[in-house]
Ligand binder design. Structure first.
Ligand SMILES: Nc1ncnc2c1ncn2[C@@H]1O[C@H](COP(=O)(O)OP(=O)(O)O)[C@@H](O)[C@H]1O
Ligand SMILES: [Mg+2]
Length: 281
């Protein structure tokens, strides 16, 4: 990993070891994740691509500690987050989820949203949090909208505010579940560059779910293409395009080659999911 701004991350290595998740094991038994193995390096951007309903969010929820697992284990930096003995990880500010539909408080200004976590947890005084929040917002291209409410800025800006809010907690891992799904493609392209700029200044591990292969290859160090439900990696691609990246990458020969190498695997799983009538969970 080529560092341009910040020191490499030393925390946030995630090991997903033989994880199985069956919903309602006593009843209808929906197997969402099946013997899934994946290792994500500290500071890596690992993209998870798979069809709707395959079990991506289930996996993210297990890492975040929102749901238990049925068997296997998940470790962070060698410490067990969850396992057979303790099937549900404890949620914590070391692993922060950025939700698909956004979760900013509409009645707080952007800056108030950004400082909320560390102030609530007593990690920073309001004054220190404001200083840090302002600096991080400026770094993320959000200078000037600190005192606006989320509803007063563009959706692209709101997404950035959310990422800054998450990073204010100094997490080891950012968990993103299709964060740009609702955005139009032009806004999305700006968001991708902006996410990378923020990432270059704040190295964290990023676990990023999408079903957009171009998004996955543009952003990721690696792309895990998941099988249709129950999910596990079908193919893990290392994106050998150096960081820092900008939108020029999209028209490069290597980018197109990587899309070609992987699109068949993605399409095959999407087809299976479609034929099985999978709906997103
Ligand atoms: N709480 C739940 N109870 C039962 N089944 C669920 C629950 N959450 C998700 N599922 C099922 O598990 C499968 C995987 O869901 P999910 O992980 O949300 O998929 P994805 O995020 O890849 O679209 C789907 O078939 C979904 O219906
Ligand atoms: Mg999902």
């Amino acid at each position: 990993m080529n560092d341009v701004h910040a020191a490499p991350a030393t925390r946030g290595k995630i090991l997903i070891d033989d994880v199985v998740k069956v919903y309602d094991p006593g009843g209808a038994a929906v197997m969402a994740v099946d013997h899934c193995n994946l290792e994500i390096e500290a500071g890596e951007i690992c993209m998870i691509v798979g069809p709707s309903g395959c079990g991506k969010t289930t996996l993210l929820n297990a890492i975040a500690g929102f749901h238990d697992i049925t068997s296997g284990r998940i470790l962070m930096d060698g410490e067990t987050l969850c396992s057979a003995e303790k099937p549900k990880a404890a949620p914590g500010p070391d692993r922060i989820v950025v939700f698909q539909n956004g979760a900013l408080f509409p009645w707080r200004t952007n800056l108030e949203n950004v400082i909320f976590g560390p102030v609530m947890q007593g990690k920073l005084t309001v004054a220190d949090a404001r200083d840090k929040g302002r600096a991080m917002m400026a770094d993320a291209g959000l200078a000037g909208v600190e005192h606006n409410f989320p509803g007063e800025v563009s959706s692209g800006m709101r997404r950035r505010v959310e990422i800054v809010r998450a990073l204010m907690n100094e997490p080891n891992v950012l968990l993103l579940d299709e964060p740009y799904r609702a955005l139009d493609s032009l806004t999305k392209s700006v968001m991708h560059e902006s996410l990378l700029e923020i990432y270059y200044k704040n190295r964290v591990t990023i676990f990023f779910i999408t079903h957009d292969l171009e998004e996955a290859i543009f952003l990721g160090h690696r792309v895990a293409i998941m099988t249709t439900r129950p999910c596990r990696p079908k193919k893990v691609l290392t994106v050998d395009i150096p960081h820092p990246r900008d939108y020029g990458v999209l028209t490069s020969k290597r980018f197109r080659e990587l899309i070609e190498e992987t699109s068949e695997a993605v399409h095959e799983e999407a087809r299976k999911a479609f034929d099985a009538g999978e709906k997103e969970g």
